[in-house]
Ligand binder design. Structure first.
Ligand SMILES: [Zn+2]
Length: 235
């Protein structure tokens, strides 16, 4: 007779009492599926050329500021699965899904020698009142997941958003650069001196936000910057 553990039985009871549903297709999840069903997780639009020299994310940032390496996990497909996933993470409270995708991303990054030298992970900060309203910064949760897999640490006290910028989504390409310029400030620069920093954000579009963060960080002696975003949008 097959032996069934108490833990297995308890898990089954929890599944029955508190069923969970896939963030994308709304199908009921199995116990081993954290936020997305296996099918939806497999068919996300993953970046096809990670770690290659001049991969799509690096090409987006090339010439803007000096960086060591830049990667994304997904392409941002408008109206498609990755947009819906990020929408759930940002606006529907699915912050644990951000940590989960951070772990998946961290696993990928850990396989590359360059990312193994990351000293600190800095999520792109949100304006404090905006953060309070949402209750969390999704990039911070993403960074927590990455940090776990890279055996690194998340630093949230050194980069601060100081000026209200309108939501980037309402701006045309050129306006985005002006809108976000000079809107970040560095605190405790001595903590970052000589360190390899991984800047983390949810979506990379024009690169204006990353550039604004990098410009202030690059004033710190000996700093080295790499970049990761969960998704890369069309420019
Ligand atoms: Zn699904």
């Amino acid at each position: 007779m097959k032996k069934i553990s108490i833990r297995h039985l308890l898990n089954q009871c929890v599944e029955l009492l508190f069923p969970r549903y896939c963030l994308l297709c709304q199908d009921k999840l199995f116990a081993f599926e954290p936020h997305l069903c296996t099918h939806c997780l497999a068919k996300l639009p993953y970046i096809t050329n990670p770690f290659s020299l001049n991969n799509d994310t690096e090409m987006r940032l090339r010439g803007r500021f000096p960086f060591t390496k830049a990667e994304s996990l997904l392409y941002f497909d408008k109206g498609g699965d990755s947009q819906r996933l990020i929408h759930a993470i940002k606006y529907q409270g699915a912050k644990e899904a951000a940590t989960y995708f951070g772990k998946i991303s961290g696993q990928l990054l850990a396989s590359n020698a360059c990312f193994q030298t990351i000293d600190l992970i800095i999520p792109v900060p949100m304006q404090e009142d905006k953060r309070r309203k949402r209750g969390y910064n999704q990039s911070e949760h993403l960074a927590n997941g990455i940090a776990e897999m890279l055996h690194s640490r998340v630093e949230t006290n050194c980069l601060r958003k100081i000026r209200a910028t309108d939501s980037q989504t309402h701006h045309k390409r050129n306006e985005r650069w002006e809108n976000v310029k000079n809107s970040f400030l560095v605190d405790y620069p001595e903590r970052l001196a000589g360190k390899h920093i991984l800047l983390v954000d949810d979506v990379l579009t024009t690169g204006a936000t990353m550039d604004a963060c990098a410009q202030v960080l690059l004033t710190i002696p000996g700093i080295q910057i790499s970049v990761f975003t969960l998704a890369l949008a069309e420019n």
